[in-house]
Write a protein that binds this ligand. Structure first.
Ligand SMILES: Nc1nc2c(c(=O)[nH]1)N[C@H]1C(S)=C(S)[C@@H](COP(=O)(O)OP(=O)(O)OC[C@H]3O[C@@H](n4cnc5c(N)ncnc54)[C@H](O)[C@@H]3O)O[C@H]1N2
Ligand code: MOO
Length: 416
């Protein structure tokens, strides 16, 4: 799959890099999926109703099915008495028709027998079993739910592209659909590289650290709607990385790596993938997240995004580049998280020529949306990152902002 290589003589802009990725990826082909598997995915067909809803006239109340004309005069002073000739419970009814001058006990959801046109709630009666005393009249047709009043056969229930949420899945089940055409969730393989990394729950040496990124990115991939496969830590040994990558390709629609892409001696991802010639590396004018790589690997041209290793850089890169990639593969619009306007609570400065993503807390109160930067600039500050629920996007040409300025914010952890 072709992709325009990242330039080596200048920095790409954030928007260029996002477009490069979106242009090179194609949505995964749709197939029929069991309903619950499709939660959160866009439907890939116009779904029309194969049946009426309700599919038969039925009672909205527990009570008595009647001919309206038989009970029209019922009141406390002049009750109407009718013989009860049967019972209709939802899912177990034998009687198909009712004769005038009689009634049947009927339960909510049970079919209204032919001839009956109204239901008297049990509260307006003495609850009689053989005979019933009715002290209040319904209006004609009251408490009958008519066939087709909700949905008619042939109605378009869901248009192509509609997101399948709980209500839409409930509707599909209501009309008897067990499956629906939707694009599959992309299978995203997450690999952390670095010989200093150790698995949480094991011991640490004096110069090693726990692998935070593979957990953070796998969780972020899952939150974005993907199936995430977290690979254990891969060291900075080129052969080990190469073998681990080859092993993973069989189950990947997209590979995301962290670490090993800057200018060090042991930047294994860059070293191994540059040689392939199908993955390019460059710098994006952003802070954090400057070193980036993108391309395709293996026989099936599996897309790969290589993110920088600093945890904050990795996370921000995921949010800015990988989330749109996942959504593109799922066919889910919009690809990029919409920006929200908010008032800045505290001034800040930003490096010129780079789009800054400032960790922040976003909230809405009586005065509107507001946002407050949290913590410092360092790309290693995971404590601050966990306090943040938003990223303030500071444009490339803005170097300082004052309290009360209006800013654009990516509000994290929100569905869009
Ligand atoms: N001479 C230069 N050095 C660096 C530059 C540069 O332009 N010139 N860029 C810096 C920037 S910006 C970033 S971001 C990092 C990116 O480096 P790598 O992607 O090669 O990442 P590593 O070197 O492997 O790691 C960076 C940092 O992050 C820690 N790390 C890595 N993986 C994990 C993980 N899974 N969990 C937790 N922490 C992780 C790692 O230990 C390092 O401290 O390069 C700068 N250097
Ligand atoms: O760009 Mo690095 O990603 O600053 O930390």
């Amino acid at each position: 799959m072709p992709s325009s290589p990242m330039p080596t003589d200048r920095l790409s802009t954030v928007d260029e890099h996002v477009e490069r990725i979106l242009d090179a990826l194609v949505p995964l082909p749709p197939y029929d999926q069991p309903l619950l598997e499709s939660l959160g995915l866009p439907v890939c067909e116009d779904v029309s109703a194969p049946m009426d809803l309700p599919s038969f006239d039925n009672s909205a109340m527990d009570g008595y099915a009647v001919y309206f004309d038989d009970v029209a005069s019922a009141s406390t002073d002049h009750p109407v008495h009718l013989p009860v000739v049967g019972e209709m419970a939802a899912g177990q009814t034998r009687m198909l028709a009712l004769s005038p001058g009689t009634t049947v006990r009927i339960m909510t959801g049970a079919p209204v027998p032919q001839g009956a046109d109204s239901v008297v709630p049990v509260e307006w009666t003495d609850g009689g079993v053989a005979n019933v005393r009715i002290t209040r009249a319904p209006t004609r047709g009251q408490h009958v739910r008519y066939r087709g009043e909700d949905v008619r056969t042939g109605d378009v229930l869901l248009e192509d592209g509609t997101i399948l949420g709980p209500r839409q899945l409930g509707l599909l089940a209501s009309v008897g659909r067990a499956q629906v055409a939707a694009r599959p969730r992309p299978r995203v393989v997450i690999m952390s590289t670095g010989s200093e990394l150790r698995e949480p729950g094991t011991g640490l040496g004096h110069d090693s650290i726990y692998d935070a990124n593979s957990y953070m990115l796998a969780a972020a991939a899952r939150s974005a709607g993907a199936i995430a496969y977290r690979v254990g830590i891969v060291s900075d040994d080129p052969q080990e990385f190469s073998d681990a990558l080859s092993d993973q390709l069989v189950r990947a629609d997209l590979v995301v790596t962290s670490g090993g892409v800057s200018k060090g001696q042991y930047d294994v991802v860059k070293e191994v993938l540059t040689e392939l010639g199908t993955v390019s590396f460059g710098e994006v004018a952003m802070q954090p997240g400057k070193p980036q790589g993108f391309g395709f690997v293996g026989e099936d041209d599996t897309p790969i995004l290589t993110l920088p290793g600093n945890p904050v850089s990795s996370y921000v890169s995921f949010e800015v580049f990988v989330v749109p990639a996942i959504r593109r593969m799922m066919g889910r619009l919009p690809y990029r998280r919409p920006l929200v306007r908010a008032l800045l609570g505290q001034g800040l400065s930003s490096a010129p020529g780079r789009r800054q993503f400032v960790r922040a807390r976003f909230g809405i109160d009586g005065k509107g949306a507001h946002v407050q930067p949290v913590g410092g600039h360092g790309s290693h500050l995971v404590g601050d990152l966990s306090d943040a629920n938003a990223l303030i996007e500071v444009p490339e040409d803005v170097t300082s902002l004052s309290p009360g300025d209006q800013v654009q914010v990516l509000v994290l952890d929100r569905d869009f």
